[in-house]
Ligand binder design. Sequence first.
Ligand SMILES: *Cc1c(COP(=O)(O)O)cnc(C)c1O
Length: 367
Amino acid sequence: MSVQANRLVQSLPATIPFVAPEETERQTGQVFKARLGANEGNFGASPAAIAAMAAAARHDVWKYSDPSGHDLRAAIAAKNGLSLAQVQLGAGIDGLLGQTVRLFSDVGDTIVTSLGAYPTFNYHVAAYGRQLVTVPYVGGFEDLNALAQAAADHKAAIVYVSNPDNPMGSWWPGQAIADFAHSLAADTLLILDEAYGETAPAGTLPDHAALPANVLRMRTFSKAYGLAGLRCGYVLGDASLVGAFDKIRDHFGVNVMAQKAALAALGDEQWLAGTLEQITASKARIAAIAADNHLLAHASATNFVTLDTGKGAPWANALVAALMERQVFVRKPMAPGLDHCIRVSVGRAEELDWFEQQLPAAIKAIE
Ligand SMILES: *Cc1c(COP(=O)(O)O)cnc(C)c1O
């Protein structure tokens, strides 16, 4: 007998959830001129964060990181009016999602999400042998009532909602999220993914005090802060839930550079305000380019714009492929009901210039 992965792992598909743009570049031998597919912070990171990384590279990176991540956690806690015990760090929201599934459900438990919502969450659910139940979007929005109903019907251990939403860019007001949270059974955990919290309009993020104890909120430095490669995110919630992460997390999992850079980024509010303006302007330009090409922009509270092609999924798939061939990296929702759309992330002016130039040619090529 040879060594084999366990039976659960053998039953899983062989791949990670996304084809990376780097992989596509290797396959095609072409470098993307417009990297607009992964909702990254194409405007770069705060100079303060970059200086902190440079200093850490010189003075600190030979050390193991502070396993309690104290200084960054304390700053996050202060900013949110929470205690240190209500904040934990992780290797991005992605890392935290896996830990959360592992911590707050058992093998065979049911977990509820929307059909077409964030695939990395589903990936962790499958990897831990939990059962996924999905609820369709309605009109490009996550259907909170149907999610609550499914969670009750299936006695779900966990229900996942992203607000604002990826891949549609839609959002519910904080009050609707708070009402939704209160409608769940007390032993169902709500994962509230707020990866796009910084770009959302005022009132989208409920006050912590408005949420019940069975909620964990996830935030990240990957999107508005422009630090996706750093792999740093955090979870906020009741100390009794947040404390559980200490039992299983990789204690040096958030590295020295990440802790220092994220702390500096968090403190540079002026830089963030400027970046949010760039994101807003970039979204308006994407919507205008789309309109010129008879594609309809959904309203977005995120750093991307979802474009309704007005055609079917095969046409939208072909458009993404045609753009890829023209050195434009974009992605699209894949679930029925959403799959006629494509998703374009914000980018620098020269990237949007290239997108503007290539989009009509891509459309022409598939018609
Ligand atoms: C981008 C994204 C993430 C990933 O965040 P990381 O902190 O980089 O892991 C998580 N959730 C949603 C909804 C996202 O769009």
